[in-house]
Design a protein around this ligand. Structure first.
Ligand code: ATP
Ligand code: MG
Length: 213
């Protein structure tokens, strides 16, 4: 694959809580990168996730480090601290604005699972989102790839504003990984080996373990 000039670069942006990052995230990013011939996929762990603020979320630094560990071996994967360092609740529109200014002239592809795409209309400034990036919705076991309710809004947008693609089905969720870790059941092979070891080293998801210990 040839390198494009800086301006014409095609960059995937994969936002997520990544608490923890798992193979479902990695397969989705890899498949979209291949299908859209992306130069790079930037994983962007959320700051305080606005749709999850009622729940307990692991410290941003732990989620960031697990994302780095999981992506380190792939030369086309990188991790951005943008959302974490903003220090506010994360809105996708802010993430994309920041990615645009950090990578001027790049073409952005926001990668999102079927479940997250379904709630796109609840996102802030959703109309502006389509000016900032193309959206790629990936299949996810247990969720319908359904954008019918978006059709009315998509009518005025270019045909490639939202693309739905099938990726190899991995019925893995971070919630299930956390539950397993909490119950001392294995998370091996659901998350990369280094992430298994990091979870154990930091006692993440262990009920009663002091946060930040
Ligand atoms: P949680 O259970 O805590 O919500 P999660 O597994 O959904 O965690 P997130 O960090 O919320 O992970 O997801 C980040 C993005 O990755 C979202 O767009 C989500 O739809 C997508 N995603 C997560 N798991 C999968 C999977 N197994 N297959 C495809 N996409 C996925
Ligand atoms: Mg989720």
């Amino acid at each position: 694959m040839h390198e494009r000039g800086r301006r014409g670069r095609k960059l995937g942006v994969m936002g997520g809580t990544f608490d923890p990052i798992h193979h479902g995230h990695l397969v989705a990013a890899s498949e979209v990168a291949h299908r859209f011939d992306l130069d790079e996929v930037i994983f962007v762990p959320t700051g305080q996730p606005w749709q999850k603020s009622h729940k307990q979320v692991s410290p941003a630094e732990d989620r960031y480090l697990m994302t780095v560990i999981a992506t380190a071996s792939n030369p086309r994967f990188s991790v951005s601290r943008a959302d974490i360092d903003r220090g506010k609740m994360t809105y996708t529109v802010d993430t994309l604005r920041e990615m645009q200014s950090a990578h001027p002239g790049a073409e952005l592809y926001f990668i999102t699972g079927a479940d997250a795409l379904a709630s796109i209309l609840t996102w802030q400034d959703w109309a502006e989102l389509f000016d900032l990036a193309k959206f790629v919705g990936v299949s996810r076991p247990g969720y319908e790839l359904n954008i019918d309710h978006l059709q009315e809004h998509l009518r005025d947008l270019p045909a490639d504003a939202v693309t739905m693609i099938e990726v190899p089905a991995l019925a893995i969720s971070s919630s299930e990984c956390r539950r397993r870790a909490a119950e001392n059941r294995p998370v091996w092979y659901l998350v990369p080996d280094g992430v298994v070891q990091y979870i154990s080293k930091r006692h993440l998801y262990v009920p009663g373990a002091a946060e930040g210990s």
